[in-house]
Ligand binder design. Structure first.
Ligand SMILES: Cc1ncc(COP(=O)(O)O)c(C=O)c1O
Length: 398
């Protein structure tokens, strides 16, 4: 057996299942889950239609590179969305479709990490746990940085010592963040790019929540925009990840793409030819429809915005709760232990939520998820409102 397998930690949802295994939920109330970040809004018809119309293509093997139509649709979306110069994004060299970003985020570490050199992979804390598993299975040491944004920067990054930077081969950043909803400031990303060139490591920017932002705000910019602004036009050491799961309410489609430097895409493509499964042609057809349409994304943003407004209004009287800059999670601080809170919320109010500490690691005696809960506002508006009322009641009863 691969000895690194033993280092893998239980996934947050396994821990949650264990936590509630002996709890009996209040059967007088209907169950509501705010635990899993699985979008529940309807998948747009244009996507379903494109999928249905292309079923005949199931008789063909797809290629790892994807069709040029799909790569074109991804490249065009990327250029428009992140205000990139067309000259810097070539659909044959800078983008590659992947079957959801989860597998690509994992695979990048396997492709990039050179095990002989005491590799370090830097990981945001709190995090999406795939980063950690990817680092461990690639034979690297995960080193966690507190990703809280303070005064327009992520100061914990600059406390990392030079020895660690010298060993760093890959750094994950999640912007907008899961679970915090914070957008990494331009200043931080630019400084990270400077570091990545100085210490020669790859930046993996997970931007799968980039499209879920407040309709009144300007769209958050990401790694590639800032790289271009810094005149890193070859996007050296930069790789960004985009997904249709949250943007287009299609988590079951398993579709996303990666974009970055020609060299990285080339190497990753080689790796993926062996490891990855090519995206089926019908999924590609549905993905072209999705990346080429913005109207469904706009309505999606409106729906999340309405949910944030109504839920925060209900719980704000008892729990200080801020609307995140982006994403669909609330990440409030609690007046009690987060594990105890989630247990009580489930047993007394039949609402499932995720303890913040399950999404983070303790570093130097501090766990950034301690006394926090992650509430995914994925259910329909009415259910989210009911859940908020039950949270308020529970806290009033305690
Ligand atoms: C931060 C983050 N990155 C990546 C993913 C994976 O998304 P997908 O594989 O559906 O593209 C998720 C899914 O929940 C996520 O929360």
């Amino acid at each position: 057996m691969n000895p690194n397998l033993i280092k893998l930690q239980a996934y947050p949802f396994e821990r949650l299942n264990e936590l509630i295994a002996n709890q009996t939920p209040n059967s007088q109330l209907s169950p509501i889950s705010l635990a899993i970040g699985e979008p529940k809004h309807a998948t747009p018809l244009i996507i379903k239609d494109a999928l249905a119309k292309s079923v005949d293509s199931l008789s063909k093997y797809p290629s790892t590179k994807g069709t040029s139509e799909l790569r074109q649709a991804c490249a065009q979306w990327l250029i428009n969305r992140f205000q990139l110069d067309e000259k810097n994004i070539n659909e044959n060299e800078n983008v590659l479709p992947v079957n959801g970003t989860r597998e690509a985020l994992f695979a990048l570490a396997q492709c990039v990490v050179h095990q002989g050199a005491k590799p370090v992979v830097l990981i945001p804390n709190p995090f999406y746990q795939i980063y950690e598993g990817a680092a461990l299975l690639a034979g690297a040491e995960p080193v966690y940085y507190d990703c809280s944004v303070v005064d327009g920067d992520i100061p914990a990054l600059w406390e990392i010592n030079e020895k660690v930077w010298n060993r760093c081969q890959l750094l994950y950043i999640c912007t907008p963040g899961n679970p915090t909803g914070e957008i990494a400031p331009a200043k931080t990303i630019k400084q990270l790019i400077t570091y990545s060139l100085k210490y020669d490591f790859v930046i993996a920017s997970d931007e799968c929540y980039s499209e879920i932002y407040s309709p009144d705000s300007s769209p958050p910019m990401g790694l590639l925009h800032h790289a271009e602004k810094m005149a890193n036009i070859s996007l050296k050491n930069c790789m960004a990840f985009y997904s249709l799961s949250k943007r287009s309410n299609a988590p079951g489609l398993r579709s996303g793409f990666i974009a970055g430097s020609r060299k990285l895409i080339q190497e990753f493509f080689k790796y993926r030819t062996y490891h990855g499964c090519a995206m089926s042609l019908s999924t590609q057809a549905a993905s072209i429809a999705a990346w080429s349409d913005e109207s469904h994304v706009e309505s999606n943003r409106q729906l999340y915005d309405q949910k944030f407004t109504s839920v925060i209004e209900i719980i704000n009287s008892i729990l200080e709760c801020q609307k995140p800059e982006a994403g669909f999670y609330l990440w409030p601080k609690l007046p009690l232990d987060e594990v105890e809170f989630c247990k009580l919320l489930y047993s007394k109010k039949n609402v499932l939520s995720l303890p913040g500490s399950y999404l983070a690691r303790e570093v130097n005696g501090y766990n950034p998820g301690k006394n926090r809960v992650r509430l995914a506002l994925v259910a329909e508006q009415e259910q989210c409102i009911q859940a908020a009322q039950r949270i308020r009641e529970l806290l009033e009863e305690l």
